[in-house]
Design a protein around this ligand. Structure first.
Ligand SMILES: C[S@@+](CC[C@H](N)C(=O)[O-])C[C@H]1O[C@@H](n2cnc3c(N)ncnc32)[C@H](O)[C@@H]1O
Length: 296
C-alpha cells in the first residue's frame, strides 16, 4: 500500500488546442451521424445468434495467435504504456472521463461509507471517483494485473492495491458492497467465469457496475466512431506521445470494441451467474453501464 498524497491535492492538466480541435470534430461528426441514422431506420445487424460465446471477443490474429498469447499481449502493452494512458484517455474523452465515471457510480447506487473493489483499476480513474463518493480511501481497494498501471495509480492514490486478474480474485467471499470495473470487459478471457468471481466477493445485496464502450447499433455511427477511434485517436496519440506502443494500444482499443459480443450477451452472462436486477444504461448509444445486484 502506498502513502502518497490523496488525488484531490493534484490539479487536472489543461486541455490543448489539438484536444479541442479533436473534440469539435468528433461532436459535429457524431451529431451528423445521429441525424442520418434517424432517417435511415436500419435494422440492428449487430446481434447474431453465433455471437453466443463466453469470451468477449474472438482471437484477434493481427495481434496474437491464441488465448495464452492474448493474455501476455494485454499485460505487456498495459505495462509499457501506463505512463501515457491518462494523457491519451483525457484527449480521447475530451476531459469528460472523470465526470462520466462519477455519474455512472452514483447512478449505480454507490454511497458514502461503502466498501469497494475496483477491478482493472489501471491508473485509478474509476477508483479516484469512488473515493470521492465513499469519502475514505481505505474503503476502496484497486486490483489490476499490470504492475505498470498499479505503479501509476499509486503515484496519485493512497489506496490498498492488489496485483491480480479479475478471473481469480485473491479475496474472501462476501467482502464488498460495490464492485466496479471500467473499460476492461474486452480484456477478460471468459465473461461468466469472471462475473461469478464478482458475485462471490460481493456481499448479499451488493452491486456490480461495469463500464464499457459499445459499438453503436447502426452502421453510420459505427463508421464515424471507427474513424475517430481507429484514425484520429491513434494519430493524435502519435503526435502527442511519440510512443509506438501507445499508438498500438489505442488501435487495439477500437478493434476489441468492434469485435466485442453484443450487450445482450453481457447482460445474459451477468444473469447466468446469479445477478438480479441486471440492467444496461447507455449514453450517446456508445457508453454502456451494466449493473446487477447479488440477491440477499
Ligand atoms: C483501459 S484500462 C482501464 C483502466 C481504468 N479502469 C479506467 O477506467 O480507465 C484496462 C485495464 O484492465 C486491466 N486488465 C486487463 N486484463 C485484465 C483482467 N483479466 N482482469 C483485470 N484487469 C485486467 C489492464 O491491465 C488495464 O489496466
Amino acid at each position: 500500500m502506498a502513502h502518497n498524497p490523496p488525488y484531490a491535492a493534484i490539479g487536472h492538466p489543461v486541455t490543448t488546442a489539438r484536444e479541442s480541435a479533436a473534440r469539435t470534430l468528433f461532436i459535429y461528426g457524431f451529431l451528423a451521424g445521429h441525424l442520418l441514422e434517424s432517417f435511415a431506420m436500419k435494422n440492428d445487424t449487430h446481434i447474431t445468434p453465433e455471437n453466443h460465446v463466453k469470451a468477449p471477443h474472438p482471437i484477434l490474429k493481427d495481434y496474437y495467435e491464441d488465448e495464452g498469447a492474448r493474455k501476455q499481449f494485454v499485460r505487456g502493452i498495459f505495462d509499457r504504456t501506463a505512463q501515457n494512458y491518462d494523457r491519451v484517455e483525457r484527449m480521447m474523452a475530451f476531459g469528460s472521463g472523470s465526470w462520466h465515471r462519477r455519474q455512472c457510480l452514483l447512478k449505480a447506487g454507490l454511497k458514502e461509507g461503502m466498501e469497494v473493489l475496483d477491478v482493472a483499476m489501471g491508473t485509478g480513474l474509476v477508483a479516484r471517483e469512488a473515493i470521492g463518493i465513499v469519502g475514505d480511501p481505505s474503503k476502496v481497494i484497486g486490483l489490476d494485473p499490470s504492475a505498470g498501471m498499479l505503479a501509476e495509480a499509486r503515484k496519485l492514490l493512497n489506496v490498498p492495491t492488489i496485483q491480480a486478474m479479475g478471473e481469480q480474485l485473491p479475496v474472501p467471499a462476501n467482502q464488498f458492497d460495490f464492485l466496479s470495473m471500467g473499460y476492461a470487459l474486452r480484456h477478460l478471457s471468459n465473461l461468466e467465469q469472471v462475473f461469478s468471481e464478482y458475485f462471490r466477493v460481493l456481499k448479499p445485496g451488493g452491486t456490480v457496475c461495469i463500464l464499457e464502450i459499445t459499438r453503436p447499433k447502426y452502421k453510420i455511427s459505427t463508421l464515424l466512431l471507427k474513424a475517430y477511434m481507429k484514425g484520429i485517436v491513434p494519430l493524435l496519440t502519435r503526435l502527442t506521445t511519440r510512443h509506438g506502443e501507445t499508438v498500438l494500444l489505442f488501435e487495439y482499443y477500437w478493434d476489441t470494441i468492434e469485435a466485442c459480443v453484443a450487450p445482450e450477451k453481457v447482460l445474459e452472462a451477468l444473469r447466468n451467474v446469479g445477478f438480479a436486477e441486471v440492467t444496461r444504461r447507455t449514453e450517446l448509444s456508445i457508453f454502456s453501464a451494466y449493473t446487477g445486484k447479488k440477491p440477499g
